[in-house]
Every structure is written in C-alpha cells, then in structure tokens.
Write a protein that binds this ligand. Structure first.
Ligand code: ZN
Ligand code: ZN
Length: 74
C-alpha cells in the first residue's frame, strides 16, 4: 500500500454537542408539534376533539433523531 498523499491528522473522536437538541437528547415531538395531543377532528357537537399524541405519548418530546437521544454526536 503506497503511503503517498496528504497525511491525515489523527484526531481522537470528539463528541460534538448535537445542534438539533443542544445536548438534551430530546426534541419537540414533530407529530403534535410539542403539544402532547393531536386534533382528531370534531365531535358531534362540533367541538374540537383532542387525543393523546401517539408519537410522544403525551410527553411532548421524542428522542432526538439526529443524535439518537445522546445529546452528543461522535
Ligand atoms: Zn407528540
Ligand atoms: Zn440531538
């Protein structure tokens, strides 16, 4: 194997803080937009019907998809 070409700096894996959740590892639920419930239409009286969000189960946040819930990216 030829050893020509630019020498690569060997840097240890640095953990960077996730820029999406800022290190929290949780991000606002995208299904309910952080409300914890979703509009399921209206009932027979025309009133808005809300149901607990199935994406975050009412916790309003989900595991950050960018860092996998770590808060940091290696
Ligand atoms: Zn949700
Ligand atoms: Zn994240």
């Amino acid at each position: 194997m030829p050893t020509t070409g630019p020498k690569k700096d060997k840097t240890p894996p640095v953990k960077r803080r996730c820029n999406r959740c800022h290190g929290f590892g949780r991000a606002p639920c995208r299904i309910c937009a952080g409300k914890g419930q979703v509009l399921m239409g209206t009932d027979v009286y025309g009133r808005a019907k809300f149901e607990r969000c199935g994406g975050c189960f009412g916790t309003k946040t989900t595991r950050c998809a960018t860092c996998g819930g770590d808060g940091f990216i290696t």
